[in-house]
Design a protein around this ligand. Structure first.
Ligand code: CU
Length: 132
């Protein structure tokens, strides 16, 4: 009898814990979006992205961006890589980078992010068009 009561109490406690957790989110619910799809060809151009939770529509303010690469893969110039430097962004949930866009055409920005409380990583590739 005592054991049964204990098991029952433990089950109730577990159900309580499960209910207290926020609605389950998935790493696939997060997505980077470009604020501006185009930049001017030149040095020190700023690219800004937002990381959105697609389920809530809200920006993610505390993500850790851990990988970036910018190259011309979309125009068959994968070897044409340019340095990407993080710079302070204007608003929470936005992340900005400075880069030199030496050539007109399509550049691919590869981004990775870790989101607080989520397993896995967000991996997105965004295409930015550099124009004269
Ligand atoms: Cu190129």
């Amino acid at each position: 009898m005592k054991t049964a009561n204990f098991v029952c109490a433990a089950a109730v406690a577990l159900i309580g814990l499960a209910a207290a957790r926020p609605a389950s989110a998935d790493i696939k619910d997060y997505e980077f979006q470009l604020v501006e799809p185009t930049v001017q060809v030149g040095n020190d151009r700023i690219v800004t992205v937002r990381l959105l939770n697609k389920k809530t529509g809200k920006p993610v303010t505390d993500a850790v961006i851990f990988a970036t690469r910018l190259d011309m893969a979309p125009d068959a110039m994968e070897e044409m890589v340019t340095k990407v430097t993080p710079v302070p962004a204007g608003e929470p949930g936005s992340y900005s980078f400075k880069a030199r866009f030496s050539m007109e055409g399509r550049w691919q920005l590869s981004l990775g992010a870790k989101v607080q409380g989520e397993t896995g990583t967000v991996d997105n590739k965004l295409v930015i068009t550099a124009q004269k």
